[in-house]
Design a protein around this ligand. Structure first.
Ligand code: FE
Length: 208
């Protein structure tokens, strides 16, 4: 859970750090001291990690909604489609796009740990990594969706996909109704992280 002090993360005095955090800092200091990596390497890696966010996924989904040819390429060869959009997905071994339809909807989990399409969605939420989600998304996906606020009818099949070190998924949600003629940029604003994990729908088109 996020706390106010988390938001200012690096201000923690070291005595408040957990055992594992202290160990990480000690390893970092040693690696720098021995010249294996530099402070600059660490900083640029942090910036790279932080730059990856669900905005990447939202761009891909919005483009797929407005451009059928792109959508076909995105499904056939997701990593190439990412490259086309300037998104580096090369860190993912096998990347799969799961297209929701009126009859089938997809939901993504990593039952073993927390595998997640980080180049596309950034860092996973705490709930995604929780044992509760990892266990219950498989046992009762409809119940989990319902807790997110999404009721899925019995006429819709739910498929749960288990991510691994080798394979990462993104859900391509259905385009919200009443968005004809919307710009790609405006559509992207409707695409939430949770809709690309499959536990929610995108935001709906709110009348101005
Ligand atoms: Fe995992």
């Amino acid at each position: 859970m996020s706390t106010p002090s988390d938001e200012h993360g690096h201000d923690h005095p070291k005595h408040e750090l957990s055992h594992y955090a202290k160990r990480i800092y000690a390893i970092r200091d040693l690696l720098v001291e021995k010249g294996v990596i530099t402070e600059k390497d660490i900083q640029s890696q942090i910036e790279y990690q932080e730059a990856r966010s669900p905005a990447n996924g939202a761009k891909l989904v919005a483009r797929a909604w407005v451009d059928a040819a792109f959508k076909a390429r995105f499904i056939a060869d997701p990593k190439a489609a990412c490259a086309e959009m300037g998104i580096d997905a090369t860190a993912i071994n096998e990347f799969v796009v799961l297209e929701n339809t009126e009859r089938v909807r997809h939901m993504v989990v990593c039952t073993l740990c927390s595998c997640y399409p980080r180049p596309i969605l950034g860092r996973p939420a705490d709930w995604y990594k929780s044992f509760n989600y990892r266990q219950r998304s498989v046992a009762d996906p409809r119940g989990v969706m319902s807790e997110f606020g999404l009721e899925v009818g019995d006429d819709v099949e739910v498929r749960v996909h288990d991510s691994t070190a080798d394979i990462r998924y993104i859900v391509l949600p259905l385009r919200p109704k009443d968005t004809d003629g919307w710009s790609e940029a405006d559509l992207a604003k409707l695409v939430t992280r949770d809709s690309m994990i499959g536990v929610m729908d995108p935001l709906s088109a709110a009348p101005e």
